[in-house]
Design a protein around this ligand. Sequence first.
Ligand SMILES: [Zn+2]
Length: 375
Amino acid sequence: MKISSNFDSGNIVVVNAENPKQIELQINKDNQSEFYQWFHFKLDSTPFVEHNIKIGDLAKSAYPEGWQGYQAVASYDRQEWFRVDSTFDGDNLNMSFTPEHKHTYFAYFTPYSYERHLDLLASAQVNDRCQLHHLGETLDGRDMSVLEIGEAEEGKKTIWIIGRQHPGESMAEWLIEGLLIRLFDADDGVARRLLDKAVIYVVPNMNPDGSVRGHLRTNAVGTNLNREWNAPSMDKSPEVFLVMEKMQQTGVDLFLDIHGDESIPYNFVAGAEGNPGYSERIKGLEDAFKSAFLTVSPEFQDEFGYDKDEPGKGNMTVATNAVGQLYDCLAYTLEMPFKDNALLPDPAYGWSAQRCKQLGEDLLVAVNAVVDDLR
Ligand SMILES: [Zn+2]
């Protein structure tokens, strides 16, 4: 029996793997940081033998409540990721699992690989309406890339959509993949109308270093990028610095920042109501956006989510607040679950890559509903 994680986004510490009945594992912290929650490893063992796998020391993980009611994902072929019965005792996630094949991959959520990320950028750039821009480099020397979709023309709106500031939230890039597929569909009326009205900038992965390193929440040097938007630097947060620099050139009329939430089993949005510049105009756009999203997607809801900020009390280091304030525009964080959407539970797969992609397609309907009124 062997447990390994020496691959893209791998993360596990083997404490004990002598006996299939007593496998003890832990999760590495993000480099230069205290955060840990993302895991991704391969079990190489005997099929049709029961394995008891314990991932320990989770009371001190980033979101201990995230393990409550959570089921790990696993895959034999790295395409289909199914849920594995998991229980949490307050400090350990326990899985009892009988593999059907020699290799089983386990992860916190369906991984979105760096190779798939490069494939996504490459397939986008061959579309006539898309340009791929290189913004600069991350601290590990990876490309920071943005896709510009649609032709710039006088009067068109400018929309920015970013994902995966928190690299362990791989669902964000799955959503963006679905959104791009729809946006590039020349027969799709929503996409065609939207691109007649707007130019859309998409950063599918804000944190490629953290993604490859198997981090939950930070970049190569332990920076939480979603606390850098007031004063990013090339030393600590080049990813944010480079994107904000590009935004200065383009302006922003709508900003969407895609995330996953460890604890809350719903899809929801969080706005910038705590901004000094929050206004009735922004509130009206929020209402129209949510109303269209609710109509088109039964996966979306507006009852469960984060507590709203008090007026003027928003944290201005957070992307949604900073961009919303700077450009006086509609700005939303969209959160998806690691667990499942409790409104439409699917015990076999939980919230899945496929459902993220569908939500990404549907999200464009909500964008389309507000595009005329963004300015
Ligand atoms: Zn996040």
